[in-house]
Design a protein around this ligand. Structure first.
Ligand code: IFM
Length: 484
C-alpha cells in the first residue's frame, strides 16, 4: 500500500470542507424525450450500433429525472453537504440556439430547491459532454460558433439559477470532449480527425472563457466560477532523454493545452512545436487568448490514475494502454511514437492502477502553477464489480480502501499548503459509464438496473461517517490529529 493510503492516525479536515458526490445529466437522468428535450450527441452515438458495450444508452439511465426527490433524500441520509450535477443543454435549449425551454429550466430549479431544502450545496456543471445534436450537425466543437452558442446557453442557465447556486463549473473534462470525441472517436460524436480534435480543444477553451463572462454578467458577484479538468499525472518510464521528451509531449497534450491558455494566457510553445505537422493553429484568432484567460474563482480537479509513457521508434505495436478505451485512432495528435504503460499494482475494474500519490502530486502541481487558487476535487472514485449479497447488502471494501487512500492524499496536500476546499466522490450512484455502458459501477449507491432500486453500499456508510465527523479514520486507538 502506498505511503498516503493508510494514515497512521485519524486526520481531521478543515471544518468548512465540503463532502460531496458528483453525477452528470446523460449518465443518470433518462427521460430523453420529455419536456421538449432533443437528442444530444450521446443519444445519437449510443444508439449507433457498436459504439457502446451491449448497445447500452441513456434513454432511462437511472431515471433520476423522475426520482430526483428520492435521490436528494438519499444524499441527505448519506450526510452529503454538497452535490455536483450537470445540466443537459438539450433539455434547456433543445437546438443549442435561441430561447430556452421553461420546462427544462424548471426541472433544474426544482432539483436545486430540493437540495437547498436538505442543506446540500449545489454545484452546477454546464457541460458534461452532451452537445445538442443540431450543433454537431453544424460542425460541433471544431467550429468556433459552438463556443458562441455555449456562452449564450451559459447566460440562460446562469440567469435561471444564479440566485440560488453559488458554485459553477463551465466544462467537465474538456480533454475528453476534444480528444476522445474527435480524435480516437471512442466518445460521441465519434470522429477520428486529429485536426478536428485540436480545433475542438481551442473552441472548448474559448467556450469556457466566453461562458465565464456570460455567467458573471447575469449572476451575483458572490458566485464562484470554475472549470473541471482531468489533468493527467504523466510519468516517464525512465529518466532517459527520449522518455522525458515523450512525457513532456503527453503532458502538453493532456494538460498544457488547457492550463496554458486558462492559467497563463498562451498555448505552450512546446505544444505548438510538437503539433506543427498536424495543425497550424490558425483558428486561434486575435483576442481569443484574452477571452479565455478569465480570472477563475476556483479550479476543479478530476483524478483517477496516473499515466506512464515512454518513447518508441515509430508507432507502438498493439493497442494503447492509455486507459481511454479501444480505438485504432489515437487521441494524442502528433504523438504516435509514444507508448503508454500499465503501472504495476492493484487495479480497479476499469484497469486503472490505484495510486493516490498521483492525486497529491497533481494538487501540488496546481499549488505551483496557480498559487492561491482554491481547489476542489470535483471527481475521484473507482469502479468495482459490486454484487448484492443474499442479505441484500453490497460490500465494497476495495472502494473504501480506494477512497481512504485518496482522501489521505488530499489531506496530505492540505497539510503541505494546498487550499483544497471540497471533495466530490464519483459517483453518487451507479450509472451509464459512457462507451462501457452499465458494465462499470462507480457508485457508492448500487442501482439495480432491472428495478432501479437504490441500495447504499458499505462505502456509502463509511463516507457518511467521514463526512459526519470531518475525520478520516487511521489506525484504531490513536488520537485524532488536530484540524488542518
Ligand atoms: O464517468 C466518468 C465521468 O463522466 C467523467 N469523469 C470520469 C468518470 C469515470 O470514467
Amino acid at each position: 500500500m502506498s505511503q498516503s493510503a493508510q494514515p497512521a492516525t485519524p486526520v481531521a479536515f478543515p471544518p468548512a470542507f465540503l463532502w460531496g458526490a458528483a453525477t452528470s445529466a446523460y449518465q443518470i437522468e433518462g427521460a430523453v424525450r420529455e419536456g421538449g428535450r432533443t437528442p444530444s450527441i450521446w443519444d445519437t452515438f449510443s444508439h449507433t450500433p457498436g459504439k457502446t458495450a451491449d448497445g447500452d444508452h441513456g434513454d432511462i439511465a437511472v431515471d433520476h429525472y423522475h426520482r430526483y426527490r428520492e435521490d436528494v433524500a438519499l444524499m441527505a441520509e448519506l450526510g452529503l453537504t454538497a452535490y455536483r450535477f450537470s445540466v443537459s443543454w438539450s433539455r434547456v435549449q433543445p437546438t443549442g440556439r435561441g430561447p430556452a425551454v421553461q420546462v427544462g429550466l424548471d426541472f433544474y430549479r426544482r432539483l436545486v430547491d430540493e437540495l437547498l431544502a436538505h442543506g446540500i450545496k449545489p454545484a452546477v456543471t454546464l457541460y458534461h459532454w452532451d452537445l445538442p445534436q443540431e450543433l454537431e450537425d453544424s460542425g460541433g466543437w471544431p467550429e468556433r460558433d459552438t463556443a458562441l452558442r455555449f456562452a449564450e446557453y451559459a447566460g440562460i442557465v446562469g440567469e435561471a439559477l444564479g440566485d440560488r447556486v453559488e458554485q459553477w463549473i463551465t466544462l467537465n473534462e474538456p480533454w475528453c470532449s476534444a480528444f476522445l470525441g474527435y480524435g480516437s472517436g471512442v466518445h460521441a460524436p465519434g470522429r477520428t480527425d486529429p485536426v478536428a480534435a485540436l480545433r475542438a480543444a481551442h473552441h472548448l477553451n474559448l467556450a469556457h472563457g466566453l461562458g465565464t463572462s456570460a455567467l458573471r454578467s447575469v449572476m451575483p458577484a458572490r458566485n464562484q466560477v470554475a472549470i473541471s479538468l482531468n489533468s493527467s499525472v504523466v510519468r516517464p518510464l525512465s529518466q532517459s532523454p527520449a522518455d522525458l521528451a515523450a512525457a513532456r509531449r503527453i503532458d502538453d497534450l493532456a494538460n498544457g493545452v488547457f492550463h496554458g491558455p486558462l492559467l497563463h494566457g498562451a498555448y505552450p510553445a512546446t505544444l505548438l512545436a510538437a503539433t506543427s505537422t498536424v495543425t497550424d493553429w490558425s483558428y486561434v484568432l486575435d483576442g481569443d487568448l484574452r477571452a479565455i484567460r478569465q480570472p477563475l474563482d476556483a479550479l476543479g480537479l478530476n483524478y483517477y490514475t496516473p499515466t506512464v509513457v515512454s518513447a518508441v521508434d515509430g508507432a507502438p505495436d498493439g493497442p494503447r494502454a492509455d486507459g481511454h478505451g479501444a480505438s485504432s485512432f489515437s487521441p494524442w495528435p502528433g504523438a504516435d511514437d509514444v507508448a503508454f504503460h500499465q503501472t504495476p499494482g492493484e487495479r480497479t475494474e476499469m484497469g486503472w492502477t490505484v495510486d493516490p500519490t498521483g492525486l497529491h502530486e497533481l494538487i501540488m502541481r496546481y499549488v505551483q502553477e496557480a498559487p492561491r487558487l482554491p481547489l476542489y476535487i470535483t471527481e475521484n472514485g473507482a469502479a468495482y464489480e459490486d454484487k448484492v449479497d443474499a442479505g441484500g447488502q453490497v460490500h465494497d471494501p476495495e472502494r473504501i480502501a480506494y477512497l481512504h487512500g485518496h482522501l489521505a492524499a488530499v489531506h496530505r496536500a492540505i497539510t503541505d499548503g494546498a487550499d483544497v476546499r471540497g471533495y466530490y466522490l464519483w459517483s453518487l450512484m451507479d450509472n451509464f459509464e459512457w462507451a462501457y455502458g452499465y458494465a462499470k459501477r462507480f457508485g457508492m449507491v448500487h442501482v439495480d438496473y432491472g428495478t432501479l432500486e437504490r441500495t447504499p453500499k458499505s462505502s456509502a456508510r463509511w463516507y457518511r461517517e467521514v463526512a459526519r465527523t470531518g475525520t478520516l479514520p487511521g489506525v484504531p486507538g490513536v488520537p485524532v490529529a488536530p484540524a488542518v
